[in-house]
Design a protein around this ligand. Structure first.
Ligand code: GLP
Length: 268
């Protein structure tokens, strides 16, 4: 894991945007894995700004979102499809027919839908760079604690903690889903690079468990310890429970020196 600690959330977003821009500018048919939640919104704003400044085109990009609520359709303002439209897709030149969200509508077989999503990712050549946030309970996508570390796209029942955490997005009398389709942990680990963003004090414990805790289904994000190219972008607050903060800051300086001398090498 490469843990990089920034002064604030804006710097986290700017760094994540540089990673995305590098991939898109380098590869002819980039495949992005996308996340929802409040954390990546500032990343999407940075990407929209780059696009509007003429620095970034999404015309050849294919995207796969991590997850989607069940029980609401894509026209519902609470759907993650809607979230992606308003935060990114409507403001850039991406071909929406190449943007995918794992859905399972009424009457559809969830197993078949999960397998079909996995197939679509494979047919696109796999995800080059997967953007991730983290739940306060250590979930990635909607892989809640107890998720199999080998899981694939499927339905997950949300924990009460996640339902409570996300209730701030819903009006008091609004239907709040308790089920979701989500890429599995093995699906996420298949990406060539994973870029996890975490900001704020309420993520500090989950970040500590992910980076230095036991590899365990109790903290699904700890599975990223097994990934060859896991980049963890943190603000100071999210990093505040890490014991080795000075080491990460020092090691990052060495990495920057190595990159300056030998050039960046990302094996997309
Ligand atoms: C949701 C999403 C996750 C996201 C998490 C944290 O439950 N399924 O992908 O990482 O919430 O969200 P936030 O960034 O709002 O804290």
């Amino acid at each position: 894991m490469q843990v990089i600690i920034f002064d604030d959330a804006q710097q986290v977003a700017q760094s994540a945007a540089e990673w995305v821009a590098e991939l898109i500018n380098k590869k002819s048919n980039p495949v992005l894995g996308l996340a929802t939640g409040s954390t990546p919104i500032s990343l999407y704003q940075e990407l929209v700004n780059k696009h509007k400044a003429g620095e970034l085109s999404f015309s050849n990009t294919t995207s796969f979102n991590l997850d989607e609520y069940l029980g609401i359709d894509e026209t519902n303002e609470q759907s993650y499809r809607h979230f992606m439209n308003v935060n990114l897709f409507n403001h850039v030149d991406i071909d929406k027919s190449k943007t995918f969200v794992p859905t399972c509508n009424n009457g559809e077989n969830p197993r078949e839908q999960g397998l079909a999503y996995e197939d679509k990712i494979s047919q696109a050549g796999g995800v080059d760079l997967q953007i991730l946030g983290i739940g306060a309970n250590g979930h990635i996508g909607f892989n809640e604690p107890t998720s199999s570390l080998s899981s694939r796209t499927r339905i997950k029942t949300l924990t009460q903690q996640t339902i409570d955490d996300n209730s701030r997005m819903f009006a008091a009398d609004e239907f709040q889903p308790t089920l979701a389709m989500t890429m599995g942990i093995a699906t996420i680990l298949d990406a060539r690079y994973v870029l996890l963003m975490a900001t704020g004090k309420n993520k500090a414990k989950a970040v500590k468990d992910m980076v230095t805790g036991a590899l365990s289904a109790a903290c699904p994000a700890s599975a990223l310890q097994l990934h060859e190219n896991a980049i963890i972008l943190l603000d100071k607050e999210a990093a505040s429970e890490l014991e080795d903060q000075d080491y990460y800051i020092w090691a990052n300086k060495q990495n920057l020196k190595i990159n300056r001398e030998f050039g960046l090498y990302h094996n997309y």
